[in-house]
Every structure is written in C-alpha cells, then in structure tokens.
Design a protein around this ligand. Structure first.
Ligand SMILES: [Zn+2]
Length: 126
C-alpha cells in the first residue's frame, strides 16, 4: 500500500464535525478524490472499523501511515492532531470504488461529551 494524493492534511485547528453524546446519530463526509462526489460515513460504524487500527492493519501499512502522517505523541502514545485519539480506516467511494485512507480524531472531551474531528483523507494505492 502506498499513499498517493493528500486530499486533506491534518491540522491542530481542524473543525469538529461532532460534539455530543455517544447515543446520537452522527456522520461525517468528504469528497471523493476521483469522482468528486460526497461520501457520507456513519461515525459509529467508522469508529468500530477503525479502532485498534494499529493491530488490524499489517505492520507494513501501519509503518507507511506513520511515515506519511506525523502523529503528535505524548510520552509513547500516538495522539490525533487535535489532541484526541486517532482512528484510521480505508473507505471506498460507493460511486466509483476509489480508495481513501480516512483519519479522524475522536475522544471524550468532558465526561459523556465526545468530540470528533476529520483530520486527514489520503488516496490509497494498492
Ligand atoms: Zn468516487
């Protein structure tokens, strides 16, 4: 796996797309890098696919990701750019099947208050 075009670059100041409780409906969207159509992603489905990504993805893929995305670290822990927990998964465009590596930051900002931020979208070349 290689990372191709960077469609969205991580930023400390990226805007949240979610700020609420973990029982409400939530989604986020980005534009397909190939056909330009919007891709809607269910937040909770994404989180379940993207949790433990360092264990789920092959060591080679994890290494590629960490080389491309310079995650901030606190002690030895990998953080997302806005200070939360990074979640990564591959999302194919439902219209044209173009593959995207999607990176969001998500964490419990205050007790029972969760925030989500879309940090990065990258072209995946396999
Ligand atoms: Zn597409």
């Amino acid at each position: 796996m290689r990372i191709g075009t960077v469609y969205k670059r991580p930023s400390k100041n990226a805007k949240r797309f979610f700020d609420g409780v973990d029982t409400e409906k939530a989604d986020f969207s980005f534009f397909c890098g190939s056909c330009q159509r919007p891709i809607e992603v269910d937040l909770w489905d994404f989180l379940s696919r993207a949790s433990d990504w360092e264990e789920k993805l092959s060591p080679e893929v994890v290494q590629t990701i960490k080389r491309e995305i310079e995650f901030p670290t606190v002690l030895e822990f990998t953080k997302s750019h806005e200070g939360g927990q990074p979640y990564l998964a591959i999302n194919a465009c439902p219209h044209c099947s173009h593959n995207h590596l999607v990176y969001i930051g998500f964490y419990e900002f205050q007790p029972a208050r969760y925030v989500g931020t879309l940090q990065g979208v990258y072209e995946v070349i396999t």
